[in-house]
Design a protein around this ligand. Structure first.
Ligand SMILES: Cc1cc2nc3c(=O)[nH]c(=O)nc-3n(C[C@H](O)[C@H](O)[C@H](O)COP(=O)(O)OP(=O)(O)OC[C@H]3O[C@@H](n4cnc5c(N)ncnc54)[C@H](O)[C@@H]3O)c2cc1C
Length: 592
């Protein structure tokens, strides 16, 4: 079954009999927007790429200027900016003004939602000044940062110090505020959980202008557990203290090819990192203990087809080890290098291999190719000549892609394209891969394990009830092992020119998730009705926090923000009126 160089599940006969067949659809007639999408590479190369380079230069200069500010000045600016947020919130007149949200432009955010609530009446609060790293505290091992600090900005500062966020999501442009209030994950989440699990403290501005510090065990611990997944509908995070870990200069990465049915690939993926997991605890697994040798520091899986995948496990390594004679160093960050997902795929031909990648380059390995989405935007951008000539300009900024796409192309993507991350219990990965093959047929599929910790409250996202009584592979008494399964690309039906109903496919996926204790990442387009939204996410603790911290009546509700489609005036008025009634009820409750 398992050779030294690859894992081959000897079951090709079983594969053909049990493999779910993708749904066959009628052919679709091409329309104008198909051609606009086909030739999107023209504005992408001639407009988006040069402007992206300019933006990167501005960001770089901004970063240099920010880094020469003294810590004292950054702290002072932070206090002034918090005071501005408080003043702005106090200016709001509930009878005249809309519900509160941030002033971040919809085309600036990385997520794929339409952010339709920003096309209706609203009361915006500008958080754009909050982009400073306030402190890197190497004694407490925390980074105190403002919410608009991006992952690229942070790794640039921490990696040279051999430090990293415990969970450092791969894509450079993701921000701390978005990752806490929505969702965030990385290849180390099988140890540390989601991004929000690595937060030690949050400084939050509440609806009434109070500024509180919430930690796991202070008087605002309920707020601490209420903020993740709340989408900024309880309060504004204006600073966060985030756990740091010690790292080494290189990642020793093992690529293991796997062949078999989707269920067998899922099992090989689980075996790649969780063979002796239950014995390790949240903190000791990342240290220098013996257990670290058993549990890799980084894990990711890529499923390339219904019968092939490559599993990758990484362990931090010193420069001394990486540079030893005979070891191979791969600088994946160089602009002309093959795109990471394509390079990893070569393991299917080469067999298992090991190499060393500089740690920061490893963290951001999927940035240049936007995972694999860049192939759809500039189909030849992965070619050798393009990488050499223009690879250094990649990727086009998501912001510019959004600005240049227009409504027709955006709707086209909703219908003919899938970008969804779904979080499912590890033991369900095989099933969701089969579901995905049947309904979406999107490849590659990204697999990234993450622990889902049991919280002392009924948080929006929780492990399966009673999982600890029947622990499965990767589970411990305090956390269940989940996996982020990322479906991003044009579905097989679309590539074959068949009809495909993206909204219907997402609806089916959401129903599957509700039935299987899974969750949809909140940056992705959602088709959920309000009832189903609250069947997927537990409202108990969220509602408690909204009422206790005065968010009802001021901040939009989570579903109102998530709901797809332009809001009518009537909907907006109803939400505002409902908020005022609910706020009065909440005040009466508090007075009792
Ligand atoms: C191409 C692409 C690549 C991606 N790569 C990754 C990845 O590698 N890893 C990963 O984990 N995810 C990834 N994602 C998904 C990503 O996690 C989400 O988009 C996430 O929400 C962060 O995006 P953002 O920083 O733009 O946040 P935003 O979209 O700006 O914010 C997300 C939510 O949080 C709220 N919010 C933001 N700041 C605050 C604040 N200060 N206080 C209160 N509420 C706030 C916003 O109102 C919004 O509701 C990717 C998405 C795409 C499209």
């Amino acid at each position: 079954m398992t050779s030294s160089s690859s894992r081959h599940m000897d079951s090709s006969a079983a594969a053909t009999t049990t493999m779910p067949r993708p749904v066959v659809r009628p052919k679709r007639k091409k329309v104008l927007v198909d051609y606009l999408v086909t030739f999107r590479w023209i504005p992408a190369i001639f407009v988006a790429l040069p402007l992206s380079a300019l933006i990167h230069l501005c960001i770089y200069i901004g970063g240099v200027l920010a880094s020469i500010k003294s810590e004292e000045r950054r702290r002072r600016e932070h206090e002034e900016n918090v005071a501005k947020v408080v003043r702005r919130l106090k200016q709001r007149d509930p009878k005249r003004d809309g519900l509160v949200c941030t002033a971040r432009k919809p085309w600036v955010v990385v997520g794929m939602r339409n952010v339709d609530y920003k096309r209706a009446r609203r009361f915006e609060v500008d958080l754009s000044a909050f982009h400073n790293i306030l402190e890197i505290d190497t004694e407490r091992m925390v980074a105190r940062v403002e919410p608009l600090v991006s992952m690229g900005q942070l790794t640039k500062v921490t990696c040279p110090m051999n430090l990293s966020l415990a969970v450092a999501p791969e894509f450079d442009d993701l921000t701390v505020g978005g990752l806490i209030n929505s969702y965030g994950i990385s290849g180390s989440s099988h140890i540390y959980g989601l991004f929000s699990d690595t937060v030690v403290a949050m400084e939050v501005v509440l609806a009434d202008g109070r500024v509180v510090r919430a930690t796991k065990d202070n008087e605002h611990s309920d707020l601490f557990y209420g903020m993740p997944w709340s989408q900024g509908t309880i309060g504004f995070v204006v600073a966060a203290e985030i756990k740091l870990i010690r790292i080494k200069e290189y990642m020793r990465l093992t690529y293991t090819p796997v062949r078999g049915t989707l269920k067998e690939i899922a099992q090989a993926y689980a075996d790649s990192f969780s063979f002796s997991f239950s014995s390790s605890s949240r903190d000791d697994a990342g240290g220098d203990s013996k257990k670290q040798q058993q549990v890799p520091d980084f894990v990711e899986g890529m499923v390339y087809s219904p019968s092939e995948g490559v599993m990758m496990t990484g362990v931090y390594a010193t420069a001394e080890e990486a540079k030893k004679k005979g070891n191979r160093i791969n600088r994946v960050g160089w602009w002309f290098k093959p795109w990471f997902y394509q390079y990893a795929q070569t393991a299917l031909k080469r067999g298992e291999f090991v190499e060393y990648i500089p740690t920061r380059e490893y963290y951001h390995r999927h940035t240049r190719s936007l995972y694999w989405e860049a192939k759809l935007i500039i189909p030849f951008a992965d070619q050798f000549w393009f990488r050499f000539l223009l690879g250094w300009l990649m990727p086009p900024k998501i912001t510019l892609l959004k600005i240049t796409q227009g409504e027709a192309i955006r709707n086209y993507y909703h219908d003919n394209h899938v970008i969804q991350d779904v979080l499912v219990p590890l033991h369900k990965v095989g099933e969701v891969l089969e579901f995905g093959h049947r309904e979406l047929e999107v490849y590659p599929v990204w697999l990234c394990p993450h622990r889902l910790f049991k919280a002392p409250v009924k948080a929006m996202v929780q492990p399966e009830p009673g999982f600890e009584q029947h622990p499965r592979q990767g589970d411990s008494s305090y956390a269940q092992m989940y996996t982020d399964v990322g479906f991003y690309y044009a579905p097989g039906a679309v590539l074959r020119g068949e009809e495909f109903d993206g909204a219907e496919a997402v609806r089916k996926l959401e129903q599957w998730l509700i039935s299987n204790h899974g969750y949809q990442a909140q940056y992705a387009v959602s088709e959920l009705s309000e009832k189903d939204f609250w069947r997927m996410f537990d409202p108990s603790h969220y509602d408690h926090c909204r009422r206790k911290y005065g968010a009802v009546g001021t901040f939009m509700s989570n579903y109102y923000k998530s709901k797809k489609g332009r809001k009518t005036d009537k909907e907006v008025r109803e939400a505002e009126a409902e908020a005022i009634v609910e706020a009065a009820a909440a005040e009466a409750d508090a007075a009792e």
